[in-house]
Write a protein that binds this ligand. Structure first.
Ligand code: HEC
Ligand code: HEC
Length: 351
């Protein structure tokens, strides 16, 4: 208990990091094999959100998640909405659902001896996936997104553990921001017993399920054919997706100035392959072969995108420091050094 509390203390302190130094908040989740049953936690229907101040915060979180473009220019720097990668409003199992993420934080990371709170993990997706500048730890936006995640997790657990029909208890902002893994998180007694701390980072359906390494090394060339056959109708041949007459993006761009940046988890070939196999083409999960998923992930991620916000001017140095994984950043690909002609990132370019 004492260690957990001191870890929490570190996590709050770590939200204030040295100017100029971005925390690494895009570490890879421990990818796990897909559960072969469908016994996933089931969040409650949104019309059960109460008409209270707390309920309003949950609804605001939902709204920011599905229509993140309302934060464009302030916290969001590209055409993405959170829901583009965390599908069905963050509810879909195997598409990094928020209900499974929420109970996994605060997460201790050996690598830098730091604790990542839930709020900090969300801030990471703003910096990298949304190519923006995250709302502050204590902002309404972070509290609302945390409240929405908490509400889904807690409602699902209450229904599972014989508390159907009972309202989800309200918790303090401090708990909301931290996440539900702390031993002091206020769960109802029944749930504390049924859902011990050691089980909280492994709810079935968390993250994107791991694929085995492919038989053939992922090929950008083969991936290009997969892309033309299965993806380009929606994401366009030039990867820019589809924009409506109102100028808004309806199918997200996969590369270019308005896509996720070089620091985002999705730029890793393995993470994109896991996501794509499970969730794309839209509505046709798992119709590609696994090899095709790896190949098209390589193709998508072999294009220029906004700069990694941790970049300080030296591509090789940034690659060595942060890109020790499956990705093309800082590598010569099809005659181009990727990362060299990147598009602006909010942090690097101070926009
Ligand atoms: C371009 C795709 C993309 C977008 C857009 C995106 N994310 Fe993520 N998110 C990811 C990836 C990839 C991971 C890490 C998954 C991994 O490593 O397996 C992740 C992880 C997370 C996690 C932790 C999941 C866990 O189980 O630990 C949370 C919470 C989260 N994102 C919230 C958000 C929020 C809130 C937004 C919008 C502000 C957002 N994300 C936008 C791709 C995205
Ligand atoms: C029928 C249209 C359609 C097809 C076909 C399709 N996608 Fe998507 N894709 C979408 C939509 C829509 C989203 C956003 C999902 C959401 O918001 O629920 C998306 C999201 C994504 C994302 C999330 C990352 C981001 O930048 O937002 C990736 C990666 C992706 N698609 C890759 C692919 C690949 C690769 C293929 C081909 C194998 C493909 N898609 C086929 C419609 C499609």
């Amino acid at each position: 208990m004492k260690t957990i509390l001191s870890l929490l203390a570190i996590s709050f302190a770590s939200s204030v990091f040295a100017a100029n130094e971005l925390p690494d908040r895009q570490t890879e989740l421990p990818a796990v094999k897909k559960a072969m049953d469908t016994d996933y936690l089931q969040p409650r229907s949104l019309d059960q959100v109460p008409e209270t101040e707390f309920g309003k915060m949950v609804k605001l979180g939902y709204s920011l998640f599905v229509d993140s473009q309302q934060m464009r220019g302030e916290f969001v720097g590209n055409d993405q909405n959170c829901v583009n990668c965390h599908m069905q409003a963050g509810q879909k199992a195997n598409a990094a659902p928020l209900w499974a993420a929420y109970s996994a934080y605060p997460a201790y990371r050996k690598k830098n001896d730091k604790v990542n709170s839930y709020a900090e993990r969300i801030q990471g997706c703003f910096t990298y996936s949304m190519n923006g500048v995250p709302p502050t730890y204590d902002s309404e936006e972070i509290k609302a997104l945390s409240a929405y995640s908490y509400w889904m997790m807690m409602g699902g657990l209450m229904d599972r553990h014989g508390m159907k029909g009972q309202a989800v208890p309200e918790v303090s902002a401090k708990h909301l921001q931290a996440g539900a893994k702390g031993a002091d998180f206020p769960f109802p007694d029944k749930i504390t017993k049924a859902f011990p701390v050691e089980d909280r980072s492994s709810l079935k359906g968390r993250g994107y399920p791991k694929l085995a390494q492919p038989e053939q090394t992922p090929s950008i060339e083969r991936g290009s054919d997969v892309y033309s056959a299965y993806c380009s109708t929606c994401h366009s041949a030039d990867g820019q997706g589809i924009r409506g007459n109102d100028g808004r993006s309806y199918i997200p761009p996969l590369w270019g100035a308005s896509a996720y940046n070089w620091g985002a988890g999705m730029h890793r070939i393995n993470t994109a392959a896991y996501f794509i196999y499970e969730n794309m083409p839209l509505g046709k999960s798992a119709t590609l072969t696994k090899q095709q998923a790896w190949d098209v992930a390589a193709y998508v991620n072999s294009h220029e995108r906004p700069q990694d916000p941790r970049f300080k001017g030296d591509l090789q140095e940034n690659r060595d420091k942060y890109h020790n994984h499956q990705g093309y950043y800082g590598q010569e690909t099809n005659g181009k050094l990727l990362g060299k002609d990147s598009y602006p990132s909010a942090t690097v370019d101070g926009q």
